[in-house]
Write a protein that binds this ligand. Sequence first.
Ligand code: ADP
Ligand code: MG
Length: 509
Amino acid sequence: MSEYVVEMKDIIKTFGQVQAVKNGQFNLRKGEIHSLIGENGAGKSTMMKLLYGMYPINSGEIIIKGERMGEITPMMAIERGIGMVHQEFMLVSELTVLENIILGFEPRKGLRLDLDKARADVRKYIEEYQMDVQLDKRISQISVGEAQRVEIIKTLMRGADVIILDEPTAVLTPQEAERLFEILENLKSSGKSIVFISHKLNEVMQISDRISVMRQGQYMGTVNKSETSPLDLTKRMIGREVFLNIEKDYGKVGEKILDVQDVWVSSNKETSKIRGMSLSVRAGEIVGVAGIDGNGQSELVEAITGLRKVEKGKVIVCGKDVTNKSVKVIRGAGMAHIPEDRNRMGLDRAMSIRDNLVTVRVDEAPFSKHGILQLSAQDAYSEQMVKEFDIRPTDYHLPTSSLSGGNAQKVVVAREVSMKKQLLIASQPTRGVDIGAIEQIRNTLEKAKKEGSGVLLVSAELEEIISLSDRIIVIHEGKITGEMMASEANENNLGLLMMGGAKGGAEHA
Ligand SMILES: Nc1ncnc2c1ncn2[C@@H]1O[C@H](COP(=O)(O)OP(=O)(O)O)[C@@H](O)[C@H]1O
Ligand SMILES: [Mg+2]
């Protein structure tokens, strides 16, 4: 038998016009942690979904433990020991952890499901791999990290010895990610094989034995961890070098551009209600807001930008009290806003790139004069934006629906930043965009700051917060749990504050 538990050769997979995988190669050794990396849309998830039998392949070969598979269904994959933890968890929030773990098991003939036996089986895994979960809590009551452990236990209960995790750390704090890595090491020591999908190179360099890289559906090679570096991996991922470490120069901060004074905001989710938050942003600085998603950052931004009611407290933009004023008034006071959900609030996907670029200023000179649209001025401006922000394709008459996520985001960033407002609110500005666009967007924020704007940066990516910000504010359950200069910040001290500070952190640790 071959040395591999899984072999995928010359895989092609298309979805209609989209060639998701053009040349997929992947093999997995028993007892290794094998990372699969690549930019967004590189075909990583598709490759693993093919192995798990979620779609048929167009051509190629999949061999599981020496058996050449004609077609694969998820049932067949599970029977052969393949387990997958998807990017979106598939747990039922009203059921308990234990009920979720046994859900989907075929009840044995005529017998009622034996809950006690299931509980004992689960306990065995919990002990063996040290992954504490509370079996009688409802899914809605447990943390994301714990839900992920539940998903892993589910695969084990179904007999998996090949476990695929699709971007498992995207939703975790650094501390939770460390715990996950310990569990993965435990699984590996007991002979399980792990596929770890990620685009975070520091994690990949920490946890992997081998690393396979994909770029635009193409296999870009497999390397031993000991024989590669983050730079080498980046080059394979995107075909060139990028420098995400931006030179900082702090010291030339000016007057207060944004002043949030004891603001209270309601929300239908308990953890995201804002309970008395005060913060400020000065001209010429980037203030980062760090926090686990859903701890009030979206509500804070909405309150500042006029999209959500401020129950109590004040929002001052450029010296003007704009509390509960309209978006238009707040923009007029000096604010630009890169929203977290570009498709819901940032762009009209049916409209052209040009119309999206000018939309917020379409009734102002030079884009219109005496109530008449000045299309040549709009074209000239669009031409310049497409060039300056490297928006592709460059034909600005195309609808934005034809752009990739990264390029669509560049349109929003170009529009907001080119207005050169004094205050720029950037909410998850690089979420879901590829590395090349990330570099471009980060440089743009840095440039806006150098030119004297104050930037409030909200991001779930700690690495982004640390590398871009001058000052960092950490929030947890709608309150500020800490503030520090970026030069003092690291993943540990920020992560601790993200879980509520020393006390909350100790509880979780
Ligand atoms: N079910 C699907 N239908 C149509 N296109 C898809 C589907 N799944 C993935 N794609 C496309 O295939 C490409 C690869 O996607 P994916 O495998 O999810 O990438 P990755 O996981 O590396 O980010 C992308 O262009 C994506 O839009
Ligand atoms: Mg994916």
